[in-house]
Design a protein around this ligand. Structure first.
Ligand code: ZN
Length: 99
């Protein structure tokens, strides 16, 4: 039996579930100079010296996938980052729809 990554509810076999695939990539916003000046590059190399290469890779790009139940899928699609509610349907409204 699978578990919803958001609410922890069990998802029974045959019950619909949603897979959220997320990837996040670093973006410098166009501020890195091209080519990078030598002193800046040396500072970057010094800063990264001894840092695990896996950690560095995760700072640049990371992906993961999550399982959501039908209720959490609706909440997630409305407000994926859990930020301030935009005022229309709330999680409580959605909860009432399903109970
Ligand atoms: Zn859920």
């Amino acid at each position: 039996m699978e578990i919803c990554d958001r609410c922890g509810s069990a998802i029974r076999p045959g019950e619909i579930r949603y897979i959220v695939q997320m990837s996040i990539a670093a973006d410098d916003g166009g501020i890195v100079l091209d080519p990078v000046p030598e002193d800046v590059m040396e500072a970057i190399i010094t800063e990264l010296d001894g840092v695990d290469s896996v950690d560095i890779a995760k700072q640049v790009y990371e992906s993961n996938s999550f399982i959501l139940c039908i209720k959490c899928k609706r909440v997630f699609m409305r407000n994926p980052f859990g930020g301030k509610d935009r005022g229309d349907t709330t999680e409580d409204d959605i909860s009432r729809m399903f109970h």
